[in-house]
Design a protein around this ligand. Structure first.
Ligand code: ADP
Length: 723
């Protein structure tokens, strides 16, 4: 308006004022230009200011990427924009840094939380509801994650004692945190565990939370309890056990602990107990060096375990066993010895008794007059005595590789095994059976076996023990007895038959008027009854000698007298056959049963007469053999003196294979000898028994068709038998 009014006033004043008007116009033009320029500038400033306003608003809203242009023509504005941009850069950098730190610390927390070996939980502060739990906690309590999240410890029954929870909440309220509060918690498995509970309040995502950690100290708690318990138990035990117990301090050279039994075992009272020296002094002299040597090793760290004899102050000898364990310090030096001592006297006595009884048993086993064998339940040989081995021809080692079935006669195996099985099964406690064995040399041995089972401690069958008796002797005796009975009955029957026949004829009166025939029949009857009497006498005398029931009554006899009496009794018989008996007596005495010796000589002489050639000669001689006269007779020097009777004939002789046999009962060289020559077949058997009962020998030397010499050697006891 000013410019307009100025222009109007200039235009009205006309030409005369042309110069002025031109100046005014110029002024107006400049003024207008300046006004336009001012308007334009103002407009640009306004735009910039609006931009300033917008960017600073964005920055304040957290959009830190916004920047202001610095290309304004107004340098002040550019300065202002640059400082704002710089401030925005700094803000953005520090924001980024904070963001990184936050992420890092969150990662750290999560990692620790997840991987911590200690059970950890995140719970709301207000209610204690579980927001998160780590793996250790799930394992510790035995729950699945979804079984825990969203629940409180009370709802899950984790608290064993709710008073402990009250304490926990009180601490949390007072101090804002809890450190290592010892509490008991229950796991899902129902175990009660002792934990040290810690809790810290934290704000997470704008929510007040509790970070709760648990430290399981159950084992420690138990170990503590166990230690207290074991100490108490140790005391109780140490005070009541029978074994002595001691703790010896090596440096102080004294006992730091001994229990009551220790003194009792050593026969000491608390007053007389004066330590190590006393103990050592009272050890039996024969054991002391060994104990001292073992103590030396103990000082080097070796355990001590010795049995020894110990004399108590009251003079009682005891067997003790001490065991000790040296304890070393870090430098390896023994500082303490802990040990026990036991009175093993009774055990030692029992051991000795057991050893003796084992030895006795072993002796009885080894020297039993019958076989004993132990076999396992499978029949395998375990042990066999000498008799058994000898009987079967195997060594004990060989038997151990065999079963009893291996040495049983094949025909007896099935029955034998069945019996054994019944025994093992416990159906029969023992059995006795007859069976046949096969020796290593394949000989058959008939035997009687008695078997019984031996059980182990658990009552299970362990071994079968078998007693084996050889039946061969028994069988031989039975055979001989049977033979004897049949022979005797035959021998008796023969003369009886003759007597019966003769008497029957006489009784029938057949030869009533023929006295000669009658006489002959009577002679037969008498002859046979004589023979019968002889036979019965011989059988009885043999039986008496054989059974040993009758002891021969010995006395000092004159040898010559014995010889003469014998010759006298056979003289009629010799004369009947025209036989001459040549006697060479010996003037000496003999300790003998005279009748028995006369019976022997009579028997030998009558045999010689029976078997001699008619009109021949029979020699009876006595001589002294051995000892004082030994040198002259060529006998061995030093041999005991003996009397030798010799009965020699020149008769038919005895074949070599019968030389021994003729001394057996009813053994004759010729079956007709008994009948034709009136013998019983028992004479020489009786002689042999009589001579044996005088500790002598009888034998015969003979050459067929030349003659026989029977020898009887009887011992002459020095001092008793003298010339
Ligand atoms: P016996 O009563 O039969 O004579 P012995 O036992 O005395 O019985 O003799 C047994 C057998 O020995 C005789 O039967 C005979 O065969 C034989 N014998 C005994 N002595 C002699 C001898 N001196 N010469 C030949 N044979 C003899």
């Amino acid at each position: 308006m000013l410019v307009g009014s100025l222009y109007y006033s200039l235009s009205y004043q006309g030409d005369h004022h042309d110069g002025t008007r031109q100046i005014l116009l110029l002024v107006l033009v400049f003024l207008g230009g300046a006004m336009i320029q001012g308007l334009v500038l103002t407009q640009g400033l306004l735009v910039r200011l609006r931009l300033f306003n917008q960017v600073s608003g964005e920055l304040a809203a957290g959009n830190l990427a916004q920047r202001l242009p610095t290309n304004s023509r107004i340098s002040e504005l550019n300065h202002l924009a640059a400082s704002l941009n710089q401030m925005a850069d700094t803000l953005q950098r520090s924001f980024r840094q904070r963001q990184i730190t936050l992420v890092e610390s969150e990662t750290k927390f999560t990692t620790i939380f997840r991987t911590s070996p200690e059970p950890m939980a995140l719970a709301t502060l207000a209610e204690g509801r579980l927001i998160d739990v780590n793996h250790s906690l799930l394992e510790f309590f035995g729950y699945q994650r979804d079984e825990m999240l969203g629940y409180t410890a009370v709802e899950l029954n984790l608290w064993v004692d709710l008073r402990q929870r009250d304490r926990y909440l009180a601490l949390l309220a007072q101090q804002g945190r809890v450190r290592n509060l010892e509490i008991q918690v229950a796991t899902k498995r129902g175990e009660i565990k002792t934990v040290l509970l810690s809790a810290e309040v934290q704000t997470l995502d704008g929510q007040d939370c509790l970070i709760v950690t648990h430290r399981d100290v159950t084992d420690r708690k138990r170990a503590e309890l166990a230690l207290q318990d074991s100490e108490a138990r140790f005391r109780q035990l140490a005070e009541t056990v029978e074994e002595g117990f001691f703790v010896y301090d090596t440096e102080a050279a004294s006992y730091t602990y001994v229990n009551p039994s220790y003194a009792t075992i050593l026969g000491l009272t608390a007053q007389t107990f004066d330590g190590m020296a006393h103990w050592l002094d009272n050890i039996h002299a024969d054991d002391r060096d060994r104990i001292i040597a073992a103590l030396g090793r103990e000082q080097q760290g070796d355990n001590f375990d010795q049995e020894y004899r110990y004399l108590t102050p009251s003079g009682e000898l005891r067997w003790l066993r001490s065991k000790a364990f040296p304890l070393c310090n870090e430098a390896g030096a023994v500082v303490r010895v802990v040990g026990t001592v036991e009175n093993i006297t009774r055990r030692k006595d029992t051991e000795a008794a057991l050893r003796q009884s084992q030895e006795r048993f072993r002796h009885a086993f080894d020297h039993a007059p019958y076989g004993i064998a132990l076999v396992s339940t499978t029949g395998q040989f375990v042990q066999a005595n000498a008799y058994y081995c000898h009987l079967l021809g195997y060594s004990e080692a060989e038997l151990r590789t065999l079963t009893f079935q291996d040495i049983t006669h094949p025909d007896d195996r099935a029955d034998d095994w069945a019996r054994f099985q019944r025994l093992i099964a416990g159906e029969t406690p023992t059995y006795e059976a007859q069976k046949r064995y096969l020796t290593k040399q394949n000989q058959i041995v008939p035997a009687i076996v008695n078997s019984a089972l031996i059980y182990d401690e658990a009552g299970q069958p362990l071994y079968s023990v078998g007693h084996v008796r050889d039946r061969r002797d028994r069988l031989a005796i039975d055979r001989i007895k049977n033979e004897f009975i049949s022979v005797v009955s035959h021998e008796l029957r023969t003369p009886i038959t003759s007597i019966q026949g003769a008497l029957a004829l006489l009784g029938a009166g057949v030869y009533a008027d023929r006295p000669e025939q009658t006489q002959r029949l009577l002679a037969i009857a008498i002859n046979n009854s004589d023979r019968l009497v002889r036979l019965v006498d011989d059988i009885l005398s043999f039986e008496r000698l054989e059974s040993g029931r009758v002891q021969l009554e010995k006395e000092l006899c004159s040898v010559a007298q014995l010889m003469y009496q014998a010759v006298d009794s056979v003289q009629p018989m010799a004369e009947k056959s025209g036989i001459t008996i040549v006697t060479t007596p010996l003037d000496t005495t003999l300790w003998a049963a005279p009748d028995a010796i006369i019976q022997v000589l009579t028997n030998l002489l009558s045999n010689a007469i029976k078997f001699a050639c008619p009109q021949g000669t029979v020699w009876l001689k006595a001589s002294r053999e051995g000892a004082d006269e030994g040198a002259e007779e060529g006998a061995e020097e030093g041999a005991s003196p003996s009397l030798l009777f010799t009965v020699r004939d020149q008769g038919r002789g005895i074949p070599p294979d019968k030389l021994d046999l003729v001394f057996e009962r009813f053994q004759q060289v010729d079956v007709s000898d008994s009948r034709r020559r009136g013998g019983t077949g028992l004479g020489l058997a009786i002689c042999k028994r009589i001579v044996q009962q005088h500790q002598g020998h009888i034998w015969v030397e003979s050459t067929v068709s030349v003659g026989s010499t029977f020898y009887v050697a009887l011992p002459l006891s020095p001092g008793v038998n003298h010339a």
